[in-house]
Design a binder for this molecule. Sequence first.
Ligand SMILES: NC(=O)c1ccc[n+]([C@@H]2O[C@H](COP(=O)([O-])OP(=O)(O)OC[C@H]3O[C@@H](n4cnc5c(N)ncnc54)[C@H](O)[C@@H]3O)[C@@H](O)[C@H]2O)c1
Length: 680
Amino acid sequence: MVDNLSISNAMKIKLSDELPEYPVLKENVRRAPKREVTLNEREIKLALKNALRYVPESLHEKLAPEFLDELMTRGRIYGYRFIPKEKIYGRPIDEYKGKCIEGKAFQVMIDNNLAHEVALYPYELVTYGETGQVCQNWMQYQLIKKYLEELTDEQTLAVMSGHPLGLFKSHKSSPRVIISNGLMIGMFDNPHDWSKATAMGCSSYGQMTAGGWMYIGPQGIVHGTFNTLINAGRKELGIPGDKDLAGHLFITSGLGGMSGAQPKAVEIANGVGIIAEVDYSRIETRLAQGWVSTATDLVEEAFEIAREYLYKKQTISIAYHGNIVELLEYAVDNNIHVDLLSDQTSCHVPYDGGYCPKGLTFEERTELLNSDREKFAQMVDKSLADHFKAIKALVDRGSYFFDYGNAFMKAVFDSGVKEIAKNGEDTSEGFIFPSYVEDIMGPMLFDYGYGPFRWVCLSGKPEDLHKTDQAAMSVIDPNRRGQDRDNYIWIRDAEKNKLVVGTQARILYQDALGRRDIALKFNDMVRNGEIGPVMLGRDHHDTGGTDSPFRETSNIYDGSNVTADMAVHCFAGNAARGMSLVALHNGGGVGISKAINGGFGLVLDGSKRVDKIINASIPWDTMVGVSRRSWARNEHSIETTIEYNNKFEGQDHITIPFVAKDELIEETLKNFKNNGEQNG
Ligand SMILES: NC(=O)c1ccc[n+]([C@@H]2O[C@H](COP(=O)([O-])OP(=O)(O)OC[C@H]3O[C@@H](n4cnc5c(N)ncnc54)[C@H](O)[C@@H]3O)[C@@H](O)[C@H]2O)c1
């Protein structure tokens, strides 16, 4: 076996052999609950050896017991000792070291994902969604930063589930970073095997923008939530296209990483919202950020405030400190009418702490998770059944419930409530309640290509964000479609709505050409010195980025929504066209093996080179999704691809489906059966 000295000598980029002082972990920082460990002794040994791979041998004796203790008490080896001493937050790009702009820009993004005001469990490197990590441990974080400092504009950094494999020669027009997270071989692509691999330090849950380094705080979802709420109101409550949710009540749960966008969205839509949240620290955070207006521990009071504002037709968001099931049961028992109903607990991991069962406080939930997972799981199942019962009662009285992409209906089904499945047996025909993608976001947004485009002003200057808001607004024609009008109003009011948490970032739903035009405009502004460099990106939760029958592709009905070709093509096509970062993940918002999703980052440095990348990659990134949706015969996508083919004749060309008439299919089948009967 090669000795460790030769190994150390062969590496210029590595962790120091000086033992870092153990950091002081602050008491008031939210901590991840213990993750499940199902490793046998051989695998525990492997986990230890795997974590020690990052540190020089001289530190092994000291670190081995420390890492083992972390594994046994926390379920993962996080390497807390390697947490940096200085405060982590997305600093202005000029404060980072690096040999190319992208190397510095991605350090801004990573640090923003881990800032205490942004991240869910910053010490465990979890950005949002209960389990979505930037990387697995702090040794990886330190090493990634070192690599990004060394990265040149002719190299690519490969990151596999948080592990920086190394720097490799590429081209100026190649991605500077390629990331994958949680990808598993088919027969092992299930939560159990993945969790084992992760406990051994071989895999990581990147969710979407956590492991793809593109998270921008709850703002990242607020525009989508606003779009969903306002369109749900138009579709289900008969609200006219130019009106808002004034006088209408929305009840939901969760004030976490993503769910924290709900109160802001309902206020922007001018409705009244009550949001249940069991963790008081989340409520405090959202109150301090101005993302929720008021809070109460009392159900009666929550409804009293709501009643007053509904009557005045004024907006307010109310945090109810308690369990969503209790809140809904109160509404049922007291015959309170609720217009719109949803849920955003972390139901993609209900048994890992994502869903707090009725009857337990948040603190008791954490304790029970640590002491008796089986009892915890039983309580989750019972609570989900009660939760379903309350929703069903409200829906029967006229509420509109939609699943908001947190795998809630799947969790209810898995808890034993077969009634939630359309066929009462399995999930093959879907559920009795709609998912927001099937009903709203798919047909009204994704099918046209409208999706969660975003940018970060890397200078960290609010004035840069202001200028980009103005520039983006000037690109939108509010008279083209209703969606454009909504987007125009959104960006016009974005600054007033104080959406920034963390870096100076903005979300703006746009279609393929809207995104391209805004990108070109921004790059031109960087070129002219009007603003500093900009990072462009998007949520993976988009038209083309994600294959997930439980969410993003749930409104694809040609049978192809069990495939993941689109997300992979989107990723590969973005890499081929020179995006600065490309990422491909397993799981996303719905859990391991239920989605493949990808995203990108593109650093606008003002160069002509980047103009070329924008022109080739930005339309592709969206149109791959519209084309696939069109091929699945989604009407708005067919319209969009026809328009696109006409516009880009000689440059791009999309295959569009001929649509067979239903009557013909019925007739053909009938004739076939009849012939069969006649023949024998
Ligand atoms: N629709 C989308 O576009 C979208 C996007 C991202 C994430 N998601 C999904 O939404 C879910 C939430 O994401 P997040 O980032 O906010 O997660 P999170 O874990 O940060 O927040 C969920 C919150 O729900 C609270 N909670 C749990 N059980 C509760 C209960 N019974 N009653 C009241 N509060 C309860 C938790 O305390 C937590 O604060 C995840 O499943 C995620 O995958 C959806």
